[in-house]
Ligand binder design. Structure first.
Ligand SMILES: Cc1ncc(COP(=O)(O)O)c(C=O)c1O
Length: 387
């Protein structure tokens, strides 16, 4: 969601991330470091676990967890009643698909080859059960809307894309894709793992029906905790819960003096987003998400994106001169960009020796993903190392 906050002092922000002192760390699309504020929350929690654990299992648990989900809803312009906690992106999407059996039956899913690999694999496994999966191929590392439009037809039940691709940071035109999907009665799922916290998201304006992410990338949190967004009217109707938890009441002896007005056994599914929430979530994850979401909302996602853009623009312009061919469009708007690397092993050796961290993916694709704590000195260090 667009935030329009005053421009923060990014030098001060750098001081919140001790990782910036130990390296030129440009691999936030793999794992974002914690801020000192979030790390302190975890320390406090670990301290409590070590010395004071007992019921209630964290004194302000209900409030903290609720606030994390509320802040996430604010981040993506959803309602709190549309946000469940999740354990991971792929698990959340998998559960959603399991719960959409009736909607998907006899139909097809349209996606593309810049989506996350495990999600594509998840779809292909479902092909074995009769679901048709259409993977549109990129053209020169971009997704052609016409190609997607051709693949989407009356039988399409779900159009599924990464809002920001992990391959090259490409930002999908979800508004247009959502219109294409909805025109054929299909839903739009957005994998927002590489987007949430790094680029503005407005699920209403973008026409996103379902989305998921976990928190260890641009949400600056830890693994094992994330969020699932399901549009209110889809909950329990088209997207049914695919796992069941909840409570049970045994209305007989010796459990309790039976109430003759009530059945022997009473159980029921939860309502709202809680219907997708099973078991205890990670308290560490929720507390960390609460802290980091406060931090991100306070900075403003627009400001975060604009800061990264100054760094990605320079890399975009200067790395091709050093022989690295970019595969990310210039005005793409995400904090991720990738380059074909002539000699990946040698480049990684030099970067490691210089304390510069990037990712090398798919053999020779160098992915660089600056965040709030990176500055132009970091970019200079990277460019000098590769020149
Ligand atoms: C676009 C994208 N989706 C999903 C994932 C996996 O997320 P999770 O571990 O939460 O399932 C990643 C991880 O790199 C990713 O980049």
């Amino acid at each position: 969601m667009s935030t329009s906050r005053p421009t923060p002092d990014f030098d001060k922000i750098r001081a919140d991330f001790p990782r910036a002192r130990t390296a030129a760390y440009f691999d936030n699309a793999s794992s974002h470091p914690l801020s000192s504020q979030s790390a302190n929350v975890l320390r406090r929690y670990a301290d409590w676990l070590e010395h004071d654990v007992g019921e209630p299992w964290w004194p302000a648990w209900a409030k903290d967890r609720d606030e994390a989900q509320h802040l996430f809803a604010q981040l993506i312009n959803a309602d709190r009643t549309e946000v469940a906690f999740a354990r991971s992106t792929v698990e959340a999407e998998s559960n959603v698909l399991n719960g959409m059996g009736e909607h998907l039956a006899g139909g097809n899913i349209v996606t593309n080859d810049l989506a996350y690999g495990s999600i594509l694999s998840n779809y292909k496994m479902r092909e074995l059960d009769g679901l048709e999966v259409r993977i549109v191929r990129h053209r020169d590392w971009q997704i052609d809307l016409d190609d997607m439009a051709t693949a989407i037809d009356e039988n399409t039940r779900l159009v599924s894309v990464a809002l920001v691709s992990n391959v090259n940071g490409l930002v999908a035109d979800v508004r247009a894709l959502s219109e294409l999907a909805h025109a054929k009665g299909a839903l739009l799922y957005a994998d927002i793992m590489q987007a949430a916290g790094g680029v503005p998201i407005d699920v209403r304006e973008m026409g996103i029906d379902i989305a998921a992410c976990s928190t260890f990338k641009w949400l600056m949190g830890v693994k094992g905790y994330g969020f699932l967004y399901v549009r209110a009217d889809l909950q329990g109707t088209i997207v049914k819960p695919s796992q069941h938890g909840g409570g049970i009441s045994l209305n007989y002896e010796p459990w309790r003096a039976p109430d003759p007005e009530k059945p022997d056994i009473t159980f029921g599914s939860s309502q709202g987003p809680a219907q997708y929430e099973i078991s205890y979530p990670s308290y560490e994850g929720a507390l960390c998400a609460q802290e980091s979401l406060r931090y991100i909302l306070d900075l403003g996602v627009d400001n975060i994106r604009d800061h990264a853009r100054q760094l990605t623009d320079r890399l975009h312009d200067e790395l091709p001169r050093l022989g690295y061919q970019g595969i990310t469009p210039r005005d793409n708007g995400s904090p991720i960009l990738s380059f074909i690397t002539p000699d990946p092993a040698a480049a990684m050796d030099r970067l490691r020796a210089a304390g510069v961290h990037v990712a090398m993916r798919f053999g020779n694709k160098m992915r660089i993903s600056p965040s709030v704590f990176n500055n132009q000195d970091d970019v200079t260090r990277l460019l000098e190392t590769l020149s």
